[in-house]
Every structure is written in C-alpha cells, then in structure tokens.
Write a protein of this length. Structure first.
Length: 206
C-alpha cells in the first residue's frame, strides 16, 4: 500500500450530503476483484449522460478538477453498502483524501485499509473549503497527516483527528497483511518450534 504522508493537490468541490457507495461506484461495476480500472466509472451516473457522453456540468469533467487529488463533500459521505470498490474507484481516479463532516462507518474503515485518507472536519469548515475549491486551480489544499492538519489555500492550518493506529498504518503504507508481515520472523520461529515439538503435524506455513 502506498504511504500517505503529505498530499498537496487540487481539491474538487462536491457540495452534497449522503453520497452513498452506489453513487460512488454503481453495483454493475462490482464484478471485478482488481483494484485498478474502476476510476473511469467513479460517480458514473453523475459523470456521464444517458448516451455515454460526459456530463459537462459534473465537477470531475471540468478543468482543473480532472486532476483532483482531494474531494470535499458534506456529511455522511460513503453511506450505504459495504463495497470496498468505492475507495478503489476513488484511488484509481487519483483521489487520495476525502474531506467531509462525517462518513459511513464501513466506507471510512475501507478507506483507511486501502491508503485513502478520510478527514472529518466540521461542516462550516467543509463549506468554506468548498467555496475556496470553486476558485479552481488556485485553490490547492495540503493534507499533512503527520501534523494532522489541512492547510487551506490562504495558509490556515485546520486540525483534524485520526486514530493513532490508523495514522501509523497510513504513514508507513501498511495494510492488514503488511502489518502481519512485520512479525514474519517471530511467526517463522514459532512455526519451527511447533514443528520440532510435534513433527508428525503438517507444517503450519507452506
């Protein structure tokens, strides 16, 4: 998993609440188990017209937001079903951080496990950041995970909270498997010990 330390980039304003995971990535695109290739279908119903052409009014179809690395929305972002494809689609598009007043619980945890940083800020802060982001390319934000601040276009540092364990995982680029592999030597020693004690048992690890 890619480390998340400090991210500076264009922020796309999405001033809407209760954006569910089916809006983020519709169910018909969940057939794949690959984490790549889903970005083209991110917000599919909003980005494309019924005839397949891009919707010129949707923010991610406009410059400079096609290159957005940060998304700002309102409360309850990522509510709905538990599909892990939602953070996969955001990441594949290029989004590494989402800022909102609140998130769906399962979506929030899926983001953390996949290297996407969900940042909770009070709604008035999100409203101001959305207003700033609507200025376009001049409104670049910085998300500094080490310091736990979002730095606005005018240089203001806005603090946010994150669980220390999840912060450690993101800073070090660790998913659940990576965390376990940090103890690979201890696991191997344990397996050798158990094999020596009970050689008739099949190896614990192959």
């Amino acid at each position: 998993m890619e480390k998340f330390t400090t991210l500076t980039g264009i922020a796309a304003p999405l001033p809407a609440a209760n954006i569910d995971t089916d809006k983020i990535i519709p169910a018909r695109f969940l057939k794949t188990i690959k984490r790549t290739g889903l970005g083209v279908h991110l917000f599919d119903a909003l980005r494309y017209l019924p005839d397949g052409r891009e919707n010129p009014d949707f923010v991610l179809n406009k410059e400079p937001y096609r290159q957005a690395r940060i998304l700002i929305a309102y409360e309850n972002f990522g509510c709905g079903s538990s599909r892990e494809h939602a953070p996969w689609a955001l990441l594949d598009f290029g989004i590494r951080a989402v800022i909102a007043p609140s998130f769906g619980d399962i979506f929030y945890n899926n983001c953390l496990k996949n290297g996407l940083l969900p940042v909770r800020l009070p709604k008035p802060r999100c409203e101001q950041l959305i207003t700033d982001a609507q200025l376009g390319a001049n409104a670049r934000l910085t998300v500094d995970l080490e310091r736990q601040v979002v730095i606005s276009a005018n240089g203001e540092a806005i603090p946010f909270e994150i669980d220390p364990f999840h912060k450690h995982m993101l800073l070090n680029g660790l998913d659940d498997i990576g965390l376990t592999l940090q103890h690979a030597d201890k696991i191997a020693r344990y397996e050798q010990m158990k094999q020596a004690e009970k050689p008739w048992l099949p190896p614990l690890h192959t």
